[in-house]
Design a binder for this molecule. Structure first.
Ligand code: 13P
Length: 336
């Protein structure tokens, strides 16, 4: 087993998953303002240190993805954020892309940037304690999108990113997110997501990335948010498995889904069904942002000095996701 493979497995094994807390300052500002909290560096830190010092971190969270501001912060009780995460047994990770920009010659689509100077930034993040990283490519579905250009260029960037990350002894999370926005069918999502993921692996292999030392972070296969033809959670799990079985090389140790705008309960129930029906050799777990944080954020916003109430909410959510990662979640346990 390579060192990278060991790190990947440490993050996602035994019902553990990833807490995606790497919202950029722009995104975090939207989240905080939606619950009437000022988006200052102090408040962003306060919310995140509340999450990272929760009890469920020990059992349910194998890795936390951070944003540049957060990995450099020190908690109100004097510990660095990476040390706080290490003390719960999890590994700190870092988002290293610099965001999705308009793709030239297909300006309704996006290309993720951040390769310039990446090697040097990675060295700095490793010294700060990061042992894994994230880069998100984003794709929309329509009659003509994602275009071959968007599929090819984002796969190329994800592969160059991954090669540099592994050179610096960290595990790259490869995140090609096909968005839920639109009125497309689940079958269209299945077809386009499979094409996107296959191209990513073509490029990863071309760039000599060690496939056993990455974590894939895909979307689940869903009908578009505006589609009138929604499918059941059972069908979501079947189509998601069909997609991954046919497009992911078997050396990949695991898959950690994004929640992508699904409700907390849907994201949990769908992951549970994926694990119940899992006929692949991949570990299937979560790398959720909103589906782990939303309710906790709402409760915290009512009194940002009270950490117990939002921690209880976060602990429950993390526990439910962890059960789902083992196929052991149920509605009864959810409502207990
Ligand atoms: P969501 O689970 O809220 O989609 O966030 C995951 C993530 O990291 C998106 O890049």
């Amino acid at each position: 087993m390579s060192e990278l493979n060991k790190i990947a497995l440490k993050i996602i094994s035994n019902g553990k998953g990833i807490l995606a807390a790497d919202e950029s300052n722009g995104t975090m500002t939207k989240r905080l303002e939606s619950v009437n909290v000022n988006s200052t560096p102090e408040n962003r830190l306060l919310f995140r240190e509340m999450l990272f010092s929760s009890e469920s971190m020990k059992e349910c969270i194998g890795g936390v993805i951070l944003y540049d501001e957060t990995i450099n912060q020190t908690t109100s009780f004097g510990k660095s954020i990476p040390d706080l995460i290490y003390s719960s047994g999890a590994l700190p990770g870092i988002k290293v892309d610099t965001g999705a920009k308009d793709l030239a010659n297909s300006s309704e689509e996006k290309i993720t940037e951040g390769l310039d100077g990446l090697r040097e930034r990675l060295k700095k993040y490793y010294e700060l304690g990061a042992r894994f990283t994230k880069w998100r490519g984003v794709y929309t579905i329509s009659d003509i999108y994602p275009s071959k250009l968007a599929i090819q260029s984002n796969a190329h960037a994800l592969a160059r990113y991954s090669a540099l990350v592994q050179e610096n002894k960290m595990v790259p999370i490869v995140e090609p997110e096909v968005l839920m926005d639109g009125d497309h069918s689940a079958d269209s999502c299945l077809k386009k997501t499979s094409e996107v993921i296959k191209k990513c692996f073509d490029e990863l292999i071309l760039h000599k990335v060690d496939i056993s030392g990455i974590i894939l972070k895909p979307n689940m296969i869903l009908a578009g948010k505006q589609s009138k033809n929604k499918i059941s959670n059972e069908e979501i799990s079947q189509k998601t498995l069909e997609c991954l079985k046919s497009s992911v090389p078997s050396e990949v140790p695991g898959i950690a889904f994004l929640s992508g705008g699904q409700s907390e309960i849907d994201a949990t129930e769908n992951l549970n069904l994926i694990n119940k029906n899992n006929n692949t050799r991949f570990i299937m777990t979560y790398s959720y942002g909103r589906a782990l944080q939303q309710s906790a954020l709402r409760t915290w916003s009512k009194n940002i000095k009270n950490i117990e109430a939002p921690q209880n909410i976060f602990n429950h959510r993390a526990k439910m996701c962890s059960l789902a990662a083992k196929g052991k979640w149920s509605k009864e346990l959810e409502n207990k």
